[in-house]
Design a protein around this ligand. Structure first.
Ligand code: ZN
Length: 409
């Protein structure tokens, strides 16, 4: 490739290029440069009255050329200013402070993320995965790290487990834009302190609605900081809660059945009886129906709650909800009773969804995206990276990248 083109593509402003070489062994374009003498100014006061004390060499990653890496070794002067007497390293314009890549490389990286697949950076352009990882984190920080929360009106707060349950994060989402606006490690009330602090002295008074998981630990923190906001337990989280209780109910059925546990098999939804239990087919099916009766009831309960919460008329919904809960309470099973007790306890916030409707799809879509985070986690348990990832999760390009399964992360 012509030397002029190689240099021009890098957009190394105010740099004299001393040498251009293609390293065939490493498949890397190598450029040596030096900050132009006429561009020297004191970084402290802007004076041109500076004297070069020495040069230091810094290495930068440039934009790839012909699918190969470019490295730039740049000599940067340390100057003594005649005006302010300070000694300092001059600023360079082609790269951000403390960055090991040029601005042009960053633009290229951002374009690849948004139009293609990050694996290309490694496999096609030969950018080391470690560099991909750190630039990707910086990209997320730059693009999504500072969400403006002062105008937040509709909020969802949830605890989310990632990394096969090893890491729990408290996540706040703007329900209007469907964007994650803030993330912190942990699931306690205190995990939210930093979030409220970000609103400053005027507080989070613009927030009118907050959707939460009924089983989360955030209530007193929310009521203390958002005393006038409407708290809503949405259908998605209610169903998630019921599913959890159904799981407990299945275990109860397995342990408290009239049939010896060794003949019972835990199925996806119901408990099955092993055919080695010597019974007539009719007896076997009757017994299976009897054993699974509480589970059947629980599934109906879940379905009914879903129907109630998607009704249009609030008064009718309240009536049906109370009836459903009363019916469940009358059934003699401790887990179902517990389930009904909790639903009764949550009913006020459940009914609040008639004042503010939260689309079931909002959470469903979000959790589908969260699920793809898990498989890409390996030995890297970098909380900052995960936090940033959540902030960028609304971007289809980020989701696409996660789906591409870059195991390095
Ligand atoms: Zn100066």
């Amino acid at each position: 490739m012509e030397e002029r083109i190689i240099i021009d593509r890098q957009k190394l402003e105010s740099i004299d290029i001393l040498r251009v070489k293609y390293n065939r062994k490493e498949h890397v374009y190598e450029l040596d440069g030096k900050v132009e003498a006429q561009s020297l100014v004191c970084p402290m006061c802007g004076s041109r009255q500076v004297m070069v004390k020495e040069y230091i060499t810094r290495k930068f990653l440039g934009v790839p050329l012909r699918f190969e890496q470019t490295e730039i070794d740049c000599q940067i002067p340390i100057v003594e200013c005649q005006s302010c007497n300070k000694i300092s390293e001059v600023k360079i314009v082609f790269a951000d402070k403390n960055k090991k890549y040029t601005n042009k490389f960053y633009s290229f990286f951002a374009e690849v993320i948004n139009t293609s697949n990050i694996i290309m950076l490694n496999e096609v352009y030969g950018i080391p995965l470690g560099v991909c990882y750190s630039v990707f984190s910086e990209y997320l920080e730059k693009e999504y790290g500072n969400y403006e929360i002062s105008n937040l009106k509709e909020l969802a707060i949830d605890e989310i487990f990632i990394d096969n349950g090893h890491i729990c994060l408290t996540v706040a989402m703007d329900l209007e834009t469907k964007r994650v606006v803030w993330v912190n490690q942990g699931q306690s009330q205190e995990a939210l302190d930093d979030f409220w602090a970000r609103f400053g002295p005027t507080g989070a008074k613009n927030i009118k609605v907050v959707a939460v998981d009924p089983t989360s630990a955030y209530f007193s923190s929310i009521t203390e900081n958002l005393p006038t906001a409407l708290m809503v337990f949405d259908q998605f989280h209610i169903e998630k809660f019921i599913d959890k209780q159904i799981g407990q109910l299945k275990q109860y059925v397995l342990s408290n059945s009239s049939v010896d546990k060794k003949f019972l098999i835990e199925g996806q939804e119901f408990v099955r009886i092993d055919k080695s239990l010597d019974l007539e087919p009719k007896e076997l099916s009757d017994l299976a129906l009897k054993i699974n009766e509480p589970l059947t009831l629980a599934y109906y309960l879940k379905e009914d709650i879903g129907k109630i919460l998607s009704r249009k008329n609030k008064d009718k919904a309240v009536k049906f909800l109370n009836n459903t809960i009363d019916l469940a309470l009358a059934y003699h099973n401790p887990i179902i009773k517990q389930m009904a007790d909790n639903l009764k306890k949550y009913s006020h916030e459940m009914i609040n969804r008639f004042e503010y409707k939260i689309k079931y799809k909002t959470f469903k879509d979000f959790y589908n995206k969260v699920e793809i985070i898990n498989p890409v986690i390996d030995e890297y348990r970098d909380i900052t990276y995960y936090k940033l990832l959540f902030l960028g999760l609304h971007n289809p390009a980020i989701v696409k990248f996660l789906r591409s399964g870059l195991v390095f992360f």
